[in-house]
Design a protein around this ligand. Structure first.
Ligand SMILES: *Cc1c(COP(=O)(O)O)cnc(C)c1O
Length: 374
């Protein structure tokens, strides 16, 4: 069994994907071909943003807007600790300093702890609060109702890390539409994945769009060989855009299927584990279906026994960002962010994709219950 079964998806749309890739090869328009523009227009419309910029990865989709905000070392950017490394790393790459925020029970950034951290940073006076990077972890939108109010109160930019969130919704608005600018990833295992690295940036802001468009291609000015600022090589490949266009056709259907699968899992497993908490105004893209064991020992047992049953189980994330070796210099201790510290010891994710059968869902759930004697 596969954790995310890309074979079944490919079987479904093989001729569309193959045909679109072949036409890029026939034209040899590998860099910034028409598929990139077509995809950017379709994605902007879907997410409900004025602009979309295709990028070389989700990481670059975070770095480019952060470069546009012109950070320096004394600029604090508040980011979830319970996330993938890139959410925080991008802040350093762009020259700033991350300040880590603990989670609430949804795994997302706790807005109350965010405000406490802003107040603490202001009173310490060493760093200057500049922005917030809320992450839509596991596909659930962060609490933007509260976070956007806090951002306004303290005059901070908001960069939504929607790398896992594409397809998620809050108050009927799509992930990728919150804050000044949003980043998503098309890494193959993400809700909308390509066949390599890829990502996209979304914004409604004209100036920010022009700036990011320039940074995406080496800080290019109006003329191709006139470079007016420092940038990166952050373009999306045409072949990846072609794959994404084919996959976009079935994306909404896949989201509906995943929501049904998640509901089945929750029904079968809610008496055995803490199942995902999805607030009423939210729709999750279920980048991961994540459960919480009672203890670290129970999780170890689950990981070991599920392996014997040949069912893949993954741990996202065993080490929160404030405890990463690369962030030792910031001087955090585990007790500083106790909620995500506890998550990191207890969470595990089980197979989740649109092509899981009822039998597979039942089997995975049964095996988990056997392991926990329930
Ligand atoms: C995957 C991911 C990224 C980085 O995306 P890449 O395309 O792998 O560079 C950033 N943030 C989060 C939350 C992610 O899950």
């Amino acid at each position: 069994m596969q954790f995310i079964d890309l074979n079944r998806q490919y079987d479904r749309i093989k001729s569309e994907i193959d045909g679109r890739i072949q036409s890029v090869i026939d034209r040899k328009s590998f860099i910034m071909g028409p598929e990139v523009t077509e995809l950017e227009e379709k994605l902007a419309k879907k997410v409900g943003r004025k602009y979309c910029l295709g990028c070389s990865s989700g990481t670059d989709a975070l770095v480019i807007p952060l470069m546009a905000f012109k950070l320096n070392k004394n600029d604090a950017v508040f980011v979830s600790s319970f996330t993938f490394f890139a959410s925080a790393e991008a802040i350093n790459t762009a020259g700033g300093t991350p300040v880590f925020i603990d989670s609430d029970e949804t795994y997302n950034m706790d807005p109350q702890k965010l405000e406490e951290a802003i107040i603490k940073t202001l009173s310490e006076g060493k760093l200057k609060p500049r922005g917030i990077v809320p992450v839509d972890i596991f596909g659930l939108p962060a609490d933007f109702d509260k976070i956007l109010k806090i951002a306004k109160k303290y005059n901070l930019f908001v960069l939504e890390d929607a790398a896992q969130g594409f397809g998620g919704k809050l108050n009927e608005k799509w992930d990728g539409s919150f804050g000044d600018v949003s980043a998503t990833s098309f890494f193959p295992a993400k809700p909308l994945g390509c066949y390599g690295d890829g990502g996209a940036i979304f914004t409604d802001n004209d100036q920010l769009y022009e700036l990011m468009k320039s940074i995406r291609v080496h800080g290019q000015g109006t003329d191709r060989y006139d470079n007016v600022r420092m940038g990166v090589n952050g373009r999306l490949d045409t072949i990846q855009a072609a794959v994404l266009l084919a996959k976009l056709e079935i994306f909404d259907d896949e989201m509906i299927k995943k929501a049904k699968i998640a509901a089945k899992y929750t029904e079968l497993l809610k008496d055995t584990f803490k199942t995902p908490i999805i607030p009423e105004n939210c729709f999750s893209s279920y980048a991961q279906y994540t459960l919480q064991a009672e203890s670290e020992e129970q999780r170890n047992e689950i990981v070991k026994r599920m392996k014997e049953f040949d069912i893949p189980v993954m741990i996202y994330y065993p080490v929160p960002m404030h405890m990463q070796t690369a962030y030792k210099y910031l001087g955090y201790s585990p007790v500083d962010l106790p909620v995500c510290e506890s998550f990191s010891k207890k969470v595990f994710s089980i197979p989740m994709h649109a092509y899981l059968t009822d039998d597979e869902i039942q089997n995975i759930s049964d095996k988990l219950k056997i392991i926990c004697n329930k």
